[in-house]
Design a protein around this ligand. Structure first.
Ligand code: HEM
Length: 406
């Protein structure tokens, strides 16, 4: 493949990712799991699909999600860790975010057991490897075969029963036996209810839901662990900082956004030019050429974030039009659909902390710190060795009751 054109200036990324003749390019090789999913669609097909699936965010969705779904899922996922007085944050982070993402995608877990979550995680891990096959050092056909086997396990065990339960509820709604508010609020329900059956063949439906599972779980888990670490290290330098984090919820969210800026789950976005074009930052781009948008690099631009752009500093001011988390959630037509779910709303002007939408990462971390979560003093965290990404691989945490927020 010819070398891609590189764009790493923030404003040029924002403009470039809005170009209508640039199509998604990172997942072509991962078609076995990514073909015809929202992230890979282009133009009118993408627009229609995105509008359809955006329908999951119907009235009051976020309030309901943050106040009902999130606390219940967190409680179920964390019970064992709390009674043990300690946890391993990578494992816990993945368990919690896998369950939250499954709730959002519409995958039921009838057992509600750790073993069931672990099985789902194992399958989603294989899907993700398949999606990013382009970066894999493994033989590609072997990996594709593994993805096919994972799909063959996922479909009857997780997807089919979830589809059946929703079809039954939709039939009961049709018969006037239940109200619309009794339906699950998830992507699968939206697709079954309003999607075009010609578009959502069984294979496409499987890949679409599998895509949601991987889109939500890995990025949220890794971002949560990074934010735990950044906030912990920063606050340990001065007890006043712990106090501020505890009492100022908006500031806590600001700290999470600062960490999201430093550790974007997708460091780059790739697009392919559908016709010859000019792009600021790349110049003339020929049809078929690839453009690499360097999101992580732009997020550390000193001209925007200051001379200490590489440091975690939740007190830094970030001026509009830049977002406090930079390009971490992407921009343009493929902007992350889970952005507000995970990151919450960026506060502007006068905001009521009681009713503000904080996002699940902030809520999850506040819950951990409120229970006195701290790095295990005798077992320091370690980086992951099974990926080229700078993620945490092992992060032992203790719950110190003396530090709990009463
Ligand atoms: C910290 C967590 C997350 C990060 C950093 C993140 C990041 C991103 C980025 C950068 C993109 C755009 C990729 C591109 O332009 O090529 C994206 C797209 C997407 N994300 Fe996320 N994501 C996160 C969590 C989630 C969650 C929780 C969900 C849903 C449950 C989700 C669903 C999606 C979907 C559906 C798209 C595709 C949107 C489209 O193509 O129109 N993400 N995400």
């Amino acid at each position: 493949m010819a070398q891609p054109h590189i764009i790493s200036n923030s404003a040029q990324i924002a403009a470039g990712l809005k170009h209508p003749e640039l199509k998604q390019a990172l997942y072509d090789e991962g078609a076995v799991i990514m073909a015809d999913t929202l992230l890979t669609l282009h133009g009118e097909r993408h627009r229609k699909r995105r509008i359809l699936e955006f329908g999951v965010f119907r009235k009051d969705f976020f309030r309901w999600y943050e106040q009902t779904v999130f606390p219940a899922t967190l409680k179920n996922s964390m019970a064992g860790d709390l009674s043990a007085g300690r946890t391993e944050l990578v494992d816990l982070g993945y368990r919690v975010t896998m369950n939250l993402t499954a709730d959002f995608a519409g995958i039921d877990r009838p057992d509600q057991s750790e073993a069931e979550t672990a099985d789902l995680l194992r399958l989603v891990e294989i899907f993700s490897q398949g999606a990013t096959i382009i970066h894999s050092t493994r033989p590609k056909d072997e990996l594709r075969e593994e993805v096919r086997s994972a799909i063959a396990e996922f479909e009857p065990r997780f997807l089919a029963p979830s589809v059946a339960r929703r079809r039954d509820l939709l039939a009961r709604l049709e018969a006037g036996e239940i109200a619309e508010s009794d339906l699950p609020r998830d992507v699968l329900t939206v697709i079954l209810r309003k999607g075009d059956p010609g578009e959502f063949t069984p294979d496409v439906l499987t890949r679409e839901i599998a895509f949601y599972l991987q889109a939500g779980a890995h990025s949220t888990a890794n971002s949560t662990i990074h934010a735990f670490h950044d906030i912990h290290v920063w606050a340990e330098q001065d007890p006043v900082r712990w106090d501020r984090l505890r009492h100022d919820r908006l500031f806590f969210q600001r700290a999470v956004h600062e960490s999201l800026r430093l550790h974007p789950a997708s460091p780059v976005a790739w697009r392919q030019a559908m016709c010859p074009m000019h792009l600021d930052g790349a110049g003339a781009v020929e049809a078929g050429a690839t453009v690499e948008f360097r999101l992580a690099e732009a997020n550390r631009d000193p001209e925007i974030f200051g001379a200490d752009a590489d440091a975690f500093n939740p007190e830094r001011a970030v001026a509009l039009p830049n977002l406090p988390f930079g390009h971490t959630f992407g921009t343009g037509v493929h902007t992350c659909l889970g952005r507000d779910l995970d990151g919450g709303v960026v506060p502007r002007g006068d905001v009521d902390p009681e009713t503000h939408q904080y996002g699940t990462i902030t809520l999850f971390l506040r819950d951990l710190f409120a229970r006195g979560a701290r790095q295990d003093p005798v077992a320091p965290p370690q980086m992951a060795t099974n990926t080229a990404r700078p993620n945490w691989g092992h992060y032992p945490v203790i719950f110190d009751e003396r530090l709990a927020w009463a």
